[in-house]
Design a protein around this ligand. Structure first.
Ligand SMILES: [Zn+2]
Length: 364
């Protein structure tokens, strides 16, 4: 739960932050894109939209309404995570046919007419602040939320996911019932903001920025693993030009600092992901116990990093504390009956479920 004193302090820090650097709220490129979107997709133009101007299409991403709303203006409100179905009409990757969702109609033409009507209706309802009508609008909740914020940022807020809304309401100690819609919950948050002596002077966007900056909802463990895997893959791609000697040299200078960011080709990554990515390369993407890995459909090999001394026991992110293992051996290593016999920066000797292992930690 958010402590009132702490909230005040954080509001002060945020005021300083945004006054010193307004770009953190809305950088100029995003601002420009946002106004471009509003001029390309004004209400009148939405009336005359063609299907190809609407659906997400990898071959024509630039022009499509759904691409702009979901991807291009992602920083203004993240609506990833659910299906392409959320748009009511999508383009099949295989057949390149437009496929309607049942809710909107049997044929693509029928569905698209309904979608356009719903978009216009949503924009009218939003303009009048008619939350009941917004609630009745058949477009999907996240999509509606994002569109309303993009067109009326003074009236709506871009905290889109149900989980995040519940999390912020809980943290702010605001009572609500589970049957409330996302629209109602967003409205409760806006009222909370407008009743606060400091935050009432902020824009809705500043408020959601503040909430995400200081009270970011925790990620699920699964999401964390996927994020790390993704980051490691990017690093591996970037350093594929390095020789084995260069990889080893980088690993030798790894420092045991947690959470620090490192720069690779101008982009920031978690230091531990760099170390792990480099170790995966060095170990040839093979389990150090059984030499196996999982072949992914994109042709890359999947292996995991196991910490000999667990991270929660302050195990370091140094090469001498990390084993590259297949998922099976990783779980056996973590959950099995394990006894470390001896350990140095060169090797680790252990018993795992009654089998003896002697694994080299040497870098060359
Ligand atoms: Zn294995």
């Amino acid at each position: 739960m958010i402590d009132k004193e702490e909230l005040k302090q954080r509001q002060e820090s945020f005021e300083v932050l945004k006054n010193n650097n307004p770009e953190i709220i809305l950088n100029s490129k995003l601002k420009e894109n946002w106004s471009r979107f509003l001029s390309i997709f004004s209400k009148d133009k939405i009336r005359n939209l063609k299907m190809s101007d609407y659906v997400l299409d990898k071959n024509n991403p630039e022009g499509s309404f759904c691409y702009w709303v979901e991807v291009r203006l992602n920083e203004l409100g993240n609506m990833h995570g659910s299906f392409a179905l959320k748009f009511g009409l999508y383009l099949s990757k295989e057949t390149r046919e437009y496929i309607p969702t049942k809710k909107f109609g049997k044929t693509k033409e029928e569905a698209f007419i309904k979608i356009k009507e719903s978009l216009i209706d949503l924009l009218d309802a939003g303009k009048d602040n008619d939350l009941k009508r917004v609630g009745e609008n058949v477009l999907s909740p996240m999509f509606k939320g994002k569109i309303l914020f993009l067109y009326y940022p003074d009236k709506f807020i871009s905290i889109l996911s149900k989980g995040h809304l519940n999390y912020f309401l809980d943290e702010l100690n605001i009572n609500y019932t589970e049957d409330l819609s996302e629209i109602d919950k967003r409205n409760i948050l806006i009222n909370f903001k407008n009743n606060d002596s400091v935050m009432k002077n902020w824009t809705n966007q500043e408020f959601s920025n503040f909430m995400y900056k200081f009270y970011r909802p925790p990620k699920k463990l699964q999401e964390l693993i996927i994020d790390d895997e993704q980051e490691q893959k990017e690093i591996i791609k970037k350093v594929s030009i390095l020789s084995r000697e260069q990889i080893i040299a980088e690993l030798r200078i790894a420092k045991p600092i947690l959470k620090e960011k490192v720069k690779i080709n101008g982009e920031n990554y978690k230091r531990d992901n760099k170390t792990i990515a480099f170790l995966k390369i060095l170990r040839g993407f093979k389990c150090q116990i059984c030499k196996n890995a999982i072949l992914k459909k994109d042709g890359s090999l999947y292996v995991e990093a196991a910490h000999i001394t667990e991270k929660y026991k302050n195990g370091s992110e140094m090469p001498e504390n990390i084993l590259i293992l297949c998922p099976n051996h990783h779980k056996e290593f973590d959950f099995g009956n394990r006894k470390i016999i001896s350990r140095s920066s060169k090797e680790v000797v252990f018993k795992l479920n009654d089998k003896d292992y002697n694994i080299s930690l040497e870098l060359d």
